[in-house]
Design a protein around this ligand. Structure first.
Ligand code: ADP
Length: 321
C-alpha cells in the first residue's frame, strides 16, 4: 500500500483534466492516502512547486475546462539531469507514486522517469488528439470534437448560402483523428489527414464537376493541421476551380470549454481506477478506454507504438461524402 502520491497535468491542456484530477484526489483521500498537487507539470515538479490537497481543493471544478493545477512544457525535464532533480523532489517529500495526466509527450517523460528512477507512475491520457496507442478514447477528445461540430454547422449555413467551398483546419499535427471524426459526423466532402496522401488537382477537378452538374450546392473540406494549411489549400483550390473559397482556422478554441458528459464520466472513471491501482502497488501503465471498457496499457507500449486511424471510418467517410 502506497501512502503518499502526487498528481500533475502536463503538456497541452484538454477539457476533462480537472474531472480527472478531482477523481484522483478524492479517491486517494477516501483511502487515507496523502496526495500532493504539482503545479505546471514537469516544470513545477522541478521547482518543487506543490501542495498537499484536500477534498475542497477540487471543489467546483468538474465542469471546468483547462486545468486548475496549470500545465507547462519543460525542456529541462527532457535531460537526464533534469529528471534526476525531479525524482529527488519527489523522494524528499516521501512521494511514492505519481499520476501524470497528459498527452504523448508527457507520458514519454513519465516513462523515462520511472525507468531511470524507479518512481511508480500511472498515466491518464489527457489530450484532445486521441492519439495514444492501445485505447480508443482520450480525455478531452469528445469535447473538442463537439466544439468543432458546432463550428462546422455554422460554416455549412454560410457556405450553402453563397455556394462556396468551405475549408476548416482543425488540430492534429500528427494525428487526423479529430479531422476524421468531425468530418464524418459533419458530413464533409473531403477529409485531409496526415496519415493519407491526397491530390489537390484531382480534388479540384472533382469539385468543379460537382458544381457544374449541380450535385452539390457547396463543398466542405476538413483538414488536420498536420496535413497542410487551410489557407494555402484554399488558395490553390480557388485558383484551380474558380469557385469562391473560404478558409477558417479554428485554433485554440478547440482546447477549451466545459467537458461533455462523456469526458466527465471517462475522466472520473479512469482517475478513480488509476489511483486505486497506483495505491495498491501498480506502476508503469496508462489507463484508457477500449471498446467501452477500462483497460491498462503498458506505459512503454503506449508511447512507443503508433496509433493508426480506424480504416473502417476512413472508408466510410468516403462512401458517405
Ligand atoms: P503533450 O503531453 O501534450 O504531448 P508535450 O509533447 O509538449 O505535450 O510534452 C510535455 C512535456 O513532457 C515536455 O515539455 C517535456 O518536459 C516532457 N517530455 C516530452 N517528451 C519527452 C521525452 N521524450 N522525454 C522526456 N520528457 C519529455
Amino acid at each position: 500500500m502506497r501512502k503518499t502520491i502526487a498528481v500533475m497535468t502536463s503538456g497541452g491542456d484538454s477539457p476533462g483534466m480537472n474531472a480527472a484530477t478531482r477523481a484522483v484526489v478524492r479517491t486517494a483521500l477516501s483511502e487515507g492516502v496523502k496526495v500532493f498537487g504539482i503545479y505546471n507539470g514537469y516544470r513545477g515538479l522541478l521547482e518543487d512547486d506543490m501542495f498537499e490537497m484536500n477534498t475542497r481543493s477540487v471543489s467546483d471544478i468538474i465542469q471546468r475546462g483547462g486545468t486548475i493545477l496549470g500545465t507547462a512544457r519543460s525542456k529541462e525535464f527532457e535531460t537526464a539531469e533534469g529528471r534526476e532533480n525531479a525524482a529527488e523532489n519527489l523522494f524528499a517529500r516521501g512521494i511514492e507514486g505519481l499520476v501524470v495526466i497528459g498527452g504523448d509527450g508527457s507520458l514519454r517523460g513519465a516513462q523515462q522517469l520511472t525507468e531511470e528512477h524507479n518512481i511508480a507512475v500511472v498515466g491518464l491520457p489527457g489530450t484532445i488528439d486521441n492519439d495514444i496507442w492501445g485505447m480508443d478514447y482520450t480525455i478531452g477528445s469528445d469535447t473538442a470534437a463537439n466544439t468543432i461540430i458546432d463550428a462546422i454547422n455554422k460554416l455549412r449555413d454560410t457556405a450553402s448560402a453563397h455556394r462556396r467551398i468551405a475549408i476548416l483546419e482543425v488540430m492534429g499535427r500528427h494525428s487526423g483523428w479529430l479531422a476524421l471524426i468531425t468530418g464524418m459526423s459533419g458530413g464533409a466532402e473531403y477529409i485531409l489527414v496526415p496519415e493519407e496522401q491526397f491530390d489537390l488537382d484531382k480534388i479540384g477537378t472533382e469539385i468543379r464537376e460537382m458544381y457544374e452538374e449541380n450535385q452539390k450546392r457547396y463543398v466542405l473540406i476538413i483538414v488536420a493541421e498536420g496535413a497542410g494549411s487551410a489557407i494555402d489549400i484554399g488558395k490553390k483550390l480557388e485558383e484551380k476551380t474558380g469557385i469562391d473559397t473560404r478558409a477558417s482556422v479554428l485554433g485554440h478554441i478547440q482546447r477549451g470549454g466545459s467537458p461533455t458528459v462523456m469526458d466527465r464520466v471517462y475522466a472520473s472513471t479512469l482517475g478513480e481506477q488509476a489511483t486505486r491501482a497506483l495505491i495498491s502497488g501498480v506502476s508503469n501503465v496508462v489507463y484508457g478506454i477500449r471498446h467501452g471498457r477500462v483497460v491498462n496499457v503498458n506505459l512503454y507500449d503506449a508511447v512507443h507504438k503508433k496509433k493508426s486511424l480506424d480504416p473502417e471510418y476512413l472508408r466510410m467517410a468516403k462512401v458517405l461524402a
